[in-house]
Design a protein around this ligand. Structure first.
Ligand code: TYD
Length: 220
């Protein structure tokens, strides 16, 4: 079995989480071993970096360095070994989030981020590790804000004003247009089962999920 690396992106409130769980179940129903993980985080050290990055005020370069430090650790300890075993890695956010949040949202220098990306995601053969597919839950920031309102205690990013998320959304759109083959855009404003349909179609089309498995699973 070939390993498969899938990342999930979108502004806060776009509804990634339930779909990631359902997708994990669908892959398991096909006897694939699934590693469900997230960024920043995914290892004990990276989770500590996450707690700092999501809760402490800091300048944008410090924040970007923490995101990439956590990513390096996560790649070496979890993602690369899982892909080498042939597992399916479902990762809630990856580098596109750094370009969208630190680059778009906070306005940090994209060229510096691109340099960090080259260093952190370099593989021994000189190629750059990127997801095989990035599922982008695209949602208007105003709708996301309504969904998030009162849902839970917001972290540093979730408590940002809607303008911040407009810039984050634009950051995702830029990354998607720079790598259109890697991205699948979902209209996350649709009802949950329709979002699931769009999502599974992308996987069925690539031969990664069987039609029957896709039809028999999905978020409740
Ligand atoms: P999120 O993935 O939404 O997790 P939860 O649903 O548990 O809140 O939260 C992660 C937050 O971190 C989110 O607001 C986006 C932010 N983030 C960055 O700013 N840069 C990054 O590189 C990554 C991976 C996440």
């Amino acid at each position: 079995m070939q390993g498969l690396f899938i990342s999930f992106e979108g502004i806060d409130g776009a509804g990634k989480s339930t779909h990631i769980e359902s997708l994990a179940a669908a892959f398991r129903a096909q006897n694939r071993t699934v590693v469900l993980t997230r960024e920043p985080g995914g290892t004990p050290l990276a989770e500590k970096l996450r707690a700092l990055a999501l809760n402490e005020p800091m300048d944008a370069l410090t924040e970007a360095l923490l995101m990439f430090a956590a990513r390096r650790e996560h790649l070496l300890q979890v993602i690369e070994p899982a892909l080498a075993r042939g597992d399916v890695v479902l990762c809630d956010r990856f580098t596109d989030a750094t370009f969208a949040y630190q680059g778009g949202g906070r306005g940090f220098d994209l060229q510096v981020l691109a340099q960090l990306e080259q260093w952190v995601q370099a593989r021994p053969d000189g190629s750059l590790r990127q997801p095989d597919l990035t599922v982008w839950f695209d949602l208007a920031p105003e709708i996301a804000a309504q969904r998030l309102a009162g849902a839970r205690v917001p972290d540093k990013f979730e408590s940002q004003p809607v303008e911040f998320f407009r810039r984050v959304a634009a950051g995702y759109a830029d990354r998607a247009s720079a790598a259109p083959q890697r991205f699948v855009r979902l209209d996350a404003a649709l009802e949950k089962h329709k979002v699931w349909q769009q999502l599974t179609q992308a996987f069925v089309r690539r031969g990664w999920l069987a039609i029957m498995v896709a039809a028999n699973s999905g978020p409740r």
